[in-house]
Design a protein around this ligand. Structure first.
Ligand SMILES: *Cc1c(COP(=O)(O)O)cnc(C)c1O
Length: 338
């Protein structure tokens, strides 16, 4: 048995999803004529109570488009030091938007309104103009941690006061919504733009959706074309997104349950020093004893369990659609015996 816990991007389409893709009505989306893409976009906008949405090939492109639209070259973007937009998008903020970054020292990937306020540059010719704040929910390197709406509201207040835009990298936003039993409609009004990955826990082969006001999405559509993300009969892929939003959101709760089972078992072993609080589908733990994280991950691999050593002392396990209860039971057994 191989259990792939490296990432929730390793899922394969379910039979129902494949069938929906096969049957999708399609057209040329660059001409705005793909009915499936149009349906997915209006569905996503509706869910979040926002005006419009844009289907993009990846979450990285969604984030980078948003940053490009919200900033001017030379501007400063505020985010946590572990943010995906800064750590894992190839320097895209500088490359694509010509903007620079102000990093905040958040708690498990979450920053506070006070930290944001501290990070804003004064209106001074020596300083870069602060124009955008990016939050991440759930926070990947924070171990899938979630913001509370109140914490976001406080940050939005600071943004409004200083005329900053607020973007949410919501690659795993649906994990947060399911874990906290919240509605997407709660989140739309809190942000100027939201990106959501369809290719993670929602189980699509590719895709992300960028959501925001009509005028923002109009500009985003132009940038998507410039970035090479204007796809033609993208409806085959958008249909997977529609299927996921209709059928594969609630089941994220199973992944969260599985993550807690694994975390509880890890805490009982002598080779685990600590486990980050598990709020959703990610388990990050600190290794102790004679083995490094890389060595422990190699030992897990020998037993058919794939997990990434994300630092010399940390291993990450991500639960998803293709990890069954039987697989989790196997993982629990291996963890106990390792
Ligand atoms: C995966 C991820 C993205 C972007 O993902 P793509 O692989 O480009 O689709 C953005 N932000 C976070 C937090 C992610 O985990």
């Amino acid at each position: 048995m191989i259990v792939d816990l490296r990432s929730d991007t390793f899922t394969r389409p379910t039979p129902g999803m494949l069938e929906a893709m096969m049957k999708a009505p399609v057209g040329d989306d660059v001409f705005g004529e793909d009915p499936s893409v149009n349906k997915l976009e209006s569905m996503a906008a509706g869910l979040f109570g926002m005006e419009a949405a844009l289907y993009c090939p990846t979450g990285t492109m969604s984030n980078q488009i948003a940053i490009k639209v919200h900033t001017q070259p030379g501007d400063e973007v505020i985010c946590d030091k572990t943010a995906h937009v800064y750590q894992y998008e190839g320097g895209g903020i500088a490359f694509n938007a010509g903007a620079q970054v102000r990093l905040l020292d958040g708690d498990h990937g979450r920053v506070t309104a006070g930290q944001v306020l501290q990070g804003i540059n004064p209106d001074d010719v020596h300083k870069a103009r602060t124009s955008l704040v990016c939050l991440e929910n759930t926070a990947n390197r924070g171990g899938g941690s979630c913001y509370t709406p109140d914490a976001i509201r406080a940050i939005r207040q600071v943004c409004d006061e200083y005329q900053l835009k607020l973007h949410l990298d919501g690659a795993r936003l649906f994990n947060a919504l399911v874990a906290r039993k919240e509605s997407p409609a709660l989140y739309g009004p809190l942000f100027h733009s939201i990106s959501v990955c369809l290719n993670k826990g929602l189980g699509c082969p590719i895709g992300s959706i960028l959501i925001g006001p009509k005028e923002f999405i109009k500009r985003a559509r132009r940038v998507r074309k410039v970035f090479g993300g204007g796809m033609r009969q993208a409806g085959f892929m958008a249909a997977a997104g529609i299927y996921a939003l209709e059928n594969q959101v609630e089941r994220l709760a199973e992944d969260h349950h599985h993550a807690r089972l694994i975390a509880d078992k890890l805490k009982q072993t002598p080779y685990v020093a600590s486990v980050l609080p598990v709020e959703t589908n990610i388990v990050i733990f600190e290794v102790t004893g004679t083995r490094t994280a890389a060595e422990l991950s190699a030992a897990l691999k020998d037993k058919g369990i794939l997990a990434i050593a994300i630092s010399p002392t940390q291993i990450r396990m991500v639960l998803h659609l293709d990890v069954s209860k039987a697989m989790v039971d196997h993982v629990l057994q291996v963890i106990a015996e390792l």
